[in-house]
Design a binder for this molecule. Structure first.
Ligand SMILES: NCCC[C@H](NC(=O)CCC(=O)O)C(=O)O
Length: 447
């Protein structure tokens, strides 16, 4: 077994971060619609998390933002003329679509792709499939740049395979790693891959939410397991509980997180809790590992509190001594039930013995917590040496990126600002400079 480390690739928040209420079913996105955002603060909050986790010895990297506004989208739907003409007319006639074209949503890199480490795949390479995110217009073209970015970072085909997104239709609705968790005794050993879905396209009798959309289908999860060449004895598919999707759990990572042999979850997370635990235990037996389930009861933390605090949208990180830290948003400490629960959790003598909290308010107001902001990529030593090195977080890169943010980012953005042609110029200048900083000259197609 090769030794491996888990890298967390955090999304660097782009300069057009704003609150446009684009995600029906995501409570925070809906309740903060049209409030003013602070892109500079958002980027700095994300960078502070990256630096702190890197300083604590966790493998940390940065995933660059995407070019905004998405002129390709705007032109394809009939806005013509100069860039300034396109923006002015889109603002007048279709301000919500303009906001879609400007969304900084690629910051939530848990939705960029599904990743299977090389220990799990048929050909011994690490496999990535960009998520089509086709449930929401503003996210539906992210996969084009995500594929391009992943191919730039993981270019060596001896080690990596980057698949294009699944066909962009609702039957294959795919939200990436937000509905995927990997369990294993160590990051380098064979693991169990756990896929959760909200509905089944071709089985109308399967559970499905009534009020809010289910973004992930079973068909999509199965396609990814096939593409990555996973062993069916070590792959588990599970239905989310549709009732909690209807309470704002738009991704499974809002109500469960896994790491190592630990599943930290709310009792209402799954349609059939007992069956899920059994399936995971059986699959883990194939890699001689026992599941350690940390179950949170509704009586202790109601679903509404889990959604508003983002308790489960935490990062569960294995420390060098084998114990785990839980990386939480500060909202968890502001919620009485959650704060009390967390105190007991770390005192319980279980696997989680430390809390690390961050102020991620800017992202949280759009429904993105610590776990949404990162894509986990477990890499062997040879693989981490083969990936692009310019994105690995260090004090020097942190300082450079803080200065870069200071140079290009605004500290106030509201809906009317999206009509300002100057904002588009600022965004493209920022990204051009960023691709130089990260040593990725061809990263963007800025023509
Ligand atoms: N994993 C967290 C994803 C959050 C994301 N929010 C958004 O896109 C909100 C954008 C807005 O409303 O401006 C989503 O719902 O997919």
């Amino acid at each position: 077994m090769m030794s491996a480390r888990e890298f967390n690739f955090d999304g660097l928040v782009g300069p057009s971060h704003n609150y446009a209420g684009l995600s029906f079913g995501n409570v925070a996105s809906f309740s903060n619609v049209k409030s003013a955002s602070n892109p500079r603060e958002a980027a700095l909050q994300g960078l502070a998390k990256m630096r702190e986790l890197a300083a604590r010895g966790f493998a940390q990297a940065v995933m660059p933002p995407q070019a905004r506004p998405n002129f390709r989208l705007l032109r394809r739907i009939g806005f013509t003329g100069t860039d300034a003409d396109v923006l002015a007319r889109a603002y007048r006639e279709a301000p919500v679509i303009l906001a879609c074209a400007y969304s900084a949503s690629p910051m939530w890199t848990a939705n960029a792709a599904t990743v299977s480490p090389s220990a799990d795949t048929f050909d011994g390479r690490a496999h990535f499939t960009a998520a089509n995110l086709n449930n929401k217009l503003h996210r539906s073209e992210e996969h084009l740049q995500s594929t391009r970015t992943l191919r730039a970072l993981f270019a060596d085909e001896r080690h990596f395979a980057v698949h294009e997104a699944l066909p962009p239709t609702s039957a294959f609705g795919d939200e990436g790693a937000a509905n995927h968790t990997r369990f294993s005794a160590t990051h380098g050993g064979k693991g169990v891959e756990f896929f959760t879905y909200g509905r089944v396209e071709f089985d109308p009798s399967a559970p499905a939410p009534k009020k809010y959309p289910a973004r992930q289908t079973l068909e999509a999860s199965q396609a990814i397991a096939r593409l990555h060449g996973l062993d069916s004895a070590r792959t588990v598919f599970a239905s989310q509980n549709p009732d909690v999707i209807d309470q704002g759990v738009f991704h499974n990572d809002v109500i469960a997180v896994g790491n190592g042999n630990v599943l930290f979850y709310h009792e209402q997370a799954f349609h059939d809790e007992g069956a899920v635990l059994n399936a995971l235990r059986n699959a883990l037996a194939n890699v001689e590992t026992d599941l350690s389930a940390i179950r949170v009861a509704t009586q202790v933390v109601p679903v509404g509190d889990a959604v508003s605090s983002y308790l489960f949208n935490s990062q569960l990180l294995t420390k060098p001594d084998g114990t785990m830290a839980l990386v939480i948003p500060q909202e968890c400490q502001e919620n009485r039930a959650v704060a009390r629960y967390l105190e007991e959790l770390v005192a319980s003598g279980g696997p989680v013995d430390e809390l690390i909290h961050f102020d991620l308010r800017q992202s949280m107001r759009n429904g993105g917590g610590p776990a949404c902001l990162r894509l986990r990529v477990a890499l062997t030593e040879a693989e981490s040496a083969a990936m692009h090195q310019g994105v690995i977080m260090s004090d020097a890169l942190y300082d450079t990126l803080v200065a870069w943010v200071g140079k290009y980012y605004r500290d106030h953005l509201e809906p009317k600002d999206l009509a300002d042609p100057q904002l588009a110029l600022e965004c493209s200048a920022a990204l051009e400079d960023l691709s130089r900083i990260l040593g990725l000259p061809g990263l963007y197609d800025l023509t």
